[in-house]
Design a binder for this molecule. Sequence first.
Ligand code: ZN
Ligand code: ZN
Ligand code: FE
Length: 744
Amino acid sequence: MRCVRLTIRGIVQGVGFRPFVYNLAQRLGLRGWVLNDEHGVRVEVEGEEGDIERFLEALRNEAPPLARIEELRAEDRPLQGYPGFEIRKSERAKDRLALISPDIATCDDCLRELFDPRDRRYRYPFINCTNCGPRFTIIRDVPYDRENTTMASFKMCPECLREYHDPANRRFHAQPNACPVCGPRVELLRSDGTRMEVPDPILEAIALLKEGKILAVKGLGGFHLACDPFREEVVSALRSRKYREDKPFALMCKDLDTVSELCFLPEGAKELLLSRERPIVILERRPRVRVAPSVAPGHRTLGVMLPYTPLHHLLFSDGLRCLVMTSGNISDEPIAYRDQEALERLRGIADYFLTHNRPIHMRCDDSVMKVFRGRPLFFRRSRGYVPFPIRLKGARRSVLACGAELKNTFCLTKGEYAFISHHIGDLENFETFRSFEEGIEHFKRLFEVEPEVVAHDLHPDYLSTRYALEQDLPRIGIQHHFAHALSCMAEYGLEGPVLAVVMDGTGFGEDGAVWGCEFLEVDLRGYRRLGHLRYIQMPGGERAIREPWRMAAVYLERATEGQGIPDRFREKGWEVFREAVKRGLNSPPCSSMGRLFDAVSSLLGIRDLVNYEGQAAIELEQIADRRAQGSYPFGISDYIVDPDPVIRAIEGELRKGVSRAVVAMRFHRTVAQMILQIAERARDERGLSEVVLSGGCFQNLLLLELSTELLEGRGFRVFVHRKVPPNDGGISLGQAYYASRVEV
Ligand code: ZN
Ligand code: ZN
Ligand code: FE
């Protein structure tokens, strides 16, 4: 006989862990108890030695699907002589850390009930259980109990209560548990907010979508705008009402078969689409699919996801197979999630609202991924993943990391856990900034974190930096590209020294220049800038980002002494800018790889002006002919890469009539060659054989693949992002890693 006390940490609350333990103990004839405490779950079991062994093994191997055991400690206790096994009341202690589950797609058991006419939740749009349903977006406070969620106002009916209290039931302590008798309801509103009296709002909504109407649909973390993706007049109407010129719209498909009719499914894509997190996956589209051109102009990919709430599944239950499902906002504003606010903001876009009375507490956008070498690569880490933490190796103080300006996330750390926020967005307007501040307060409360230091970017004008400077805490400023490198190192627990190749659009450099293609030697004490892309002026500063032709012109001017400046650049007023550049007026020097991609894109006549960040580079990647061989020469001296020979070569190729697709490919190969040559030099001279690739340019999978392949071919160990995006969405993790470790 033996008695053991277990302390279990991780995601073990609100995921059916206690009933699982209860049933397991019953099965093995063990006695004792289980309870939730502020760290997770505590168990005491007493019984035969062998049964206890079996119990411990099953705890790890048979835990419920959403449970995530991070730590399991066992200690022997004197025999207690328990009469049986029971679930005890939760204990509250001072120092709490209970992890909170992300929102999880409807599980198969719930789906079966949803479409079973004999089930009492037949076609009930809020069906859920301990294995699925809303979590992060409905939690207002911890502990995770119903009264601390937005379900508090719904009183469970006797049937639901019975399930809730029955340890053998799948809905035992499922906090959002509900049914048609006692739970939330959907309703259909006209755009003026008046309610439509219809027998079945969902069937009515489907009929309206089939007619070509645009509907705002309330989801888990906010409103989507939905419409028929096969009718150009409908999709382009949505586009113009949203003031969204070219950014692709995501699609939601009924099932995997529908996805594979539209897109190719590379290895790993199926698993990702079907995963409980249900992200948007960006996939290459099949030739001649009939999706309206306005869905994703200029793209040979489509962003696709599968239904993840019961309401979504019901939308596809009467003939529809595919819908545009884009975030419910105008232009770059944050996604609408409060009912009244959504009505006001989306009134001019949506013809109808399919909404309901379960409030959303936390706004949370869909996550976006691509598949790289069979495994997921984040473009945006949000719904389904947040707020699950990332382990920070060796962290020794609590940090608030404020992140960057665009695609902002923040990060709070406690112990070795880094809690990265959901996607906040571009901190350019008041709305977004407010949700940044509110988000930080919310996370502090949920995880009871009191940061000891605040980490921030060096850019003085980032709103995230200004926020950091207002905090009454010791501050640590971290250079943007150093933070990019650190974010990738944090994922792997690397301490360096490594060679970090960081390529993005812009970041504040320590010499006052705009940095963006940096070769850094990095460890956890700091970085040394070995070199970078040779500086060039950005004519008109920030404006050059929206007008890639300016970069093309300034590169041509320098590389060819003005030979080959196309007439269309002169017509746009190049002569004026040329003078400004010459005299150094409003033309800051930059080493940005993003701007070099812009220049080449414009040179090839793909994009002279862009409507969203990175558009010119994305279209350059899309057009590249993967089969084309060859690359262009470039200069390199002392880790400074000179791209002027590349510009001259491209100019020559275009004059000879070489196709843009071939040039685009050769340009990509050239950039990969630059990385390789820098890496070889750094290995020879500085002994660095581990290479970290970070920065938004590495969302270009063609560039990522070519670089990784070249480097690995020469024996380098290459590290690419897998847990956070390579773009600025990952910056907060890098800041947190450094600030939690560095000596101050
Ligand atoms: Zn379920
Ligand atoms: Zn009920
Ligand atoms: Fe960046």
